[in-house]
Design a protein around this ligand. Structure first.
Ligand SMILES: Cc1cc2nc3c(=O)[nH]c(=O)nc-3n(C[C@H](O)[C@H](O)[C@H](O)COP(=O)(O)OP(=O)(O)OC[C@H]3O[C@@H](n4cnc5c(N)ncnc54)[C@H](O)[C@@H]3O)c2cc1C
Length: 389
């Protein structure tokens, strides 16, 4: 394993760190409170070229490795989950499948615009009756000549209907194959007649993220917008989720690091009984446990990224990284709140936002229960072999 990233890529990570501190931190409480999508922040973030940063230069990206991208997400999540979520949903769920399964023409036509931060692309899997049971999707794309006629709906879609959204990849039934549902993925542009959407409001968390309910009413989608081959929908979805889990893990790690740093600094400053509360062993031991969990999460995640960059199988490690990072993010945010005492409940201290935002990480892109299922299935297949990491 070698977790070194190229000097030029590290510079991007540093710039994003600065951006998060200077451009996001001072204003994000207001966006969270008002449940508003921060269009201008996203546009400005786009100027750092991090949207599509892992896309090869020939398609408009910077061609970074996975680890540099993951470290970028980590830096944003140290400060705010909503801005980080917009980036990860676009890069991993939006661009990811186009890059992996798109035809040369689709990549050339679509990716350069998607690498600017001016145009967001989403991934639509979840429906009212199909959450963890992703294969239960009821949205249909009926072949009709050289088009598909799309009918159905999606829910919770990140970046699904913002001012910057240009469309999404839709997982839909395209027919039956050997008596089983045939699933395929289609690139659906926002301006397609019959495509409507509405931003969801009243969320506990990720309040500055655009999550949308989308409807497709006889949308005519050209056959050339099929992503991958017809019937490859499950494959596209599973591959997309494997990579997506690395970004969710990075969000968990970053959030945990941000919460830990806030709690550590507060514990050193806050005086009770004539000394800083960090001098009480029970508090310093909480911080020690947090630091250890962060270290473990970081190693698990970076290892999964390294495997991906080496072209090795990384699906089990991605699931483990996502599960572990998201769960420690919850534990650390909870302990950090405890260290802040009553002051943690005030919005100006940011920690209460971290305490809310972490919960999504145990639900999105595979709940903790489903991830345990994924990991258990994988390890059962390993049978008699010694443990492989
Ligand atoms: C803020 C936000 C952003 C999102 N962004 C997107 C997006 O961009 N694109 C997209 O397609 N979706 C998105 N989602 C949807 C998300 O992926 C789903 O919410 C998630 O997959 C869980 O599905 P569900 O909410 O229907 O829960 P359910 O599947 O109904 O699960 C409810 C509970 O039952 C448990 N459960 C279900 N099945 C099993 C089982 N077999 N064994 C054990 N336990 C089980 C679950 O673990 C969970 O605890 C988003 C959701 C949110 C809240």
């Amino acid at each position: 394993m070698n977790f070194l990233v190229k000097e030029k890529h590290l510079k991007i990570v540093e710039k994003v760190k600065e951006f998060a501190e200077q451009e996001v931190k001072p204003v994000i409480v207001k966006f969270d409170e008002e449940e508003k999508f921060p269009v201008d922040i996203i546009r400005k973030l786009g100027e750092l070229k991090v949207f599509g940063m892992h896309v090869p230069e020939e398609y408009g990206g910077m061609g970074t490795d996975t680890l540099s991208y993951i470290m970028t997400v980590e830096e944003l999540a140290k400060v705010d989950s909503s801005v980080a979520a917009c980036l990860t949903a676009h890069n991993s769920l939006g661009i990811g499948p186009i890059l992996e399964f798109g035809s040369e023409q689709q990549k050339k036509e679509r990716l350069p615009a998607l690498c600017t931060g001016e145009n967001l692309w989403a991934f639509g899997l979840t429906e009212k009756n199909a959450g963890s049971d992703a294969l239960g999707v009821e949205t249909r794309a009926k072949p009709d000549g050289d088009q598909y006629v799309l009918n159905g709906s999606k829910i919770f879609i990140t970046n699904g209907y913002s001012e910057l959204t240009r469309g999404l990849t839709v997982l839909a039934q395209t027919g039956l194959y050997n008596g089983k549902k045939e699933l395929s993925t289609l690139l659906v542009d926002k301006e397609t007649p019959g495509f409507t959407g509405k931003t969801m409001h009243g969320k506990l968390l990720w309040r500055a993220v655009n999550n949308a309910e989308l409807n497709f009413d006889n949308c005519r989608v050209p056959e050339e917008n099929l992503l991958g081959k017809r019937g490859q929908g499950s494959k596209v979805m599973l591959k997309t989720l494997d990579s997506g889990r690395l970004s969710v893990a990075a969000m968990g790690l970053g959030l945990a690091e941000g919460a830990y740093a806030m709690a550590r600094d507060y514990a050193k400053k806050r005086q009770q009984f004539g000394k800083p509360i960090s001098h009480f062993q029970v508090i310093s031991f909480k911080l020690a446990d947090m630091a250890m969990k962060i270290e473990l999460a970081k190693n698990t995640l970076y290892n999964a990224c390294w495997l991906k960059d080496q072209g090795k199988e990384f699906s089990k490690q991605a699931a483990m990284a996502k599960l572990y990072s998201s769960e420690i993010a919850g534990e650390i945010a909870n302990e950090a709140m405890q260290i802040f005492g009553g002051y943690g409940f005030l919005k100006e201290n940011h920690i209460e936002r971290f305490f809310r935002d972490q919960k999504l990480l145990q639900v999105g892109e595979g709940t903790s229960e489903i991830l345990r299922l994924v990991i258990s299935r994988k390890i059962m297949k390993e049978n008699e072999k010694p443990y492989e990491s």
